[in-house]
Write a new protein. Structure first.
Length: 286
């Protein structure tokens, strides 16, 4: 019970930090730099600009963002997880409301600096939500749904979807801001790929004299299985055991550390895995 309480408190903290960063980024880098960040937040900003410029209507960012997120929220609730969706909705609401009420503040007038540092903050904010087993909304819902369905990293697809939004912004409001926005989005995506590794995988080849203990360590830490190979170590001409296992990238560092405790002399080869086919345990979103 206490463990669940601590986990929920940590998730709440990550979500709130992510939401505050999202709103502050819009007010300090995105709007002052004339950028369009892609995703539902970018689409909301784009629609705000269209209505203000062509129809002389000032629409609430909160209203637009919540409306555009409504369908992805339903998809998340049905196919990803209820608690996941609740925390995600909290992030969306807090970020939207803060975007409407926080005062704007321009840190730099240089478009490239706005794009790069805005992208870094955006990626950090989204990563905070993802590390809390939540999302900042919109395209992230779609990316996680597709990752769960097809068991592969799909953030590059989100980048492609966002490029379509940015091209629309370029046609309507000029190409310079749209091109800088692509730099912004690329930077953000790279931060997410570097921090969030749930759908990235590593293959472990572990040569050990204690295969049963090493396998138990892998199973206890990841719920994944392993395959045992017997062979001969040619350097000493002795029989060796090698375990083969695939784990998520976020689990690999912990597994290697635990294997070192069980067998300090184990030889471990950790390789990035592009894709797998077959049964692979995935920790479910709650």
């Amino acid at each position: 019970m206490q463990k669940n309480w601590k986990r929920d408190a940590r998730r709440l903290l990550y979500v709130l930090v992510g939401a505050v960063l999202l709103a502050a980024n819009i007010k300090c880098f995105i709007r002052p730099g004339g950028l369009y960040p892609g995703g539902v937040s970018g689409l909301s900003l784009l629609l705000q600009e269209i209505f203000a410029r062509y129809m002389n209507l000032q629409l609430s960012y909160t209203l637009l963002n919540l409306l555009l997120n409504s369908v992805p929220i339903v998809i998340s609730f049905l196919f990803i997880g209820r608690k996941f969706t609740i925390y995600s909705c909290l992030a969306i609401v807090v970020a939207s409301v803060l975007t409407d009420i926080l005062p704007g503040y321009s840190i730099t007038q240089t478009p490239l600096l706005n794009a790069v540092f805005g992208g870094i903050i955006q990626g950090t904010a989204v990563s905070c939500c993802l590390l809390a087993d939540a999302t900042s909304g919109g395209m992230d819902f779609i990316a996680i749904f597709m990752s769960e369905r097809y068991n592969k990293d799909t953030w590059h697809i989100v980048l492609g979807m966002n490029v379509v939004i940015l091209l629309s912004a370029g046609l309507l409001f000029g190409w310079e801001a749209a091109l800088y926005s692509i730099i912004f989005q690329y930077t953000s995506t790279q931060i997410i790929n570097a921090v969030y590794k749930r759908y990235q995988k590593n293959t472990l080849f572990i040569v050990t004299d204690h295969p049963e203990d090493v396998y138990r360590t892998i199973a206890e830490n990841t719920h994944h299985g392993a395959t045992l190979f017997r062979g001969t170590g040619l350097y000493e001409n002795k029989e060796r055991s090698m375990l083969y296992s695939v784990v998520s990238s976020e689990e690999a560092k912990r597994v290697i550390h635990q294997v070192r405790i069980v067998d300090p002399k184990a030889f471990i080869n950790c390789m990035k895995t592009e894709s797998i086919s077959g049964r692979f345990y995935k920790r479910p979103n709650d």
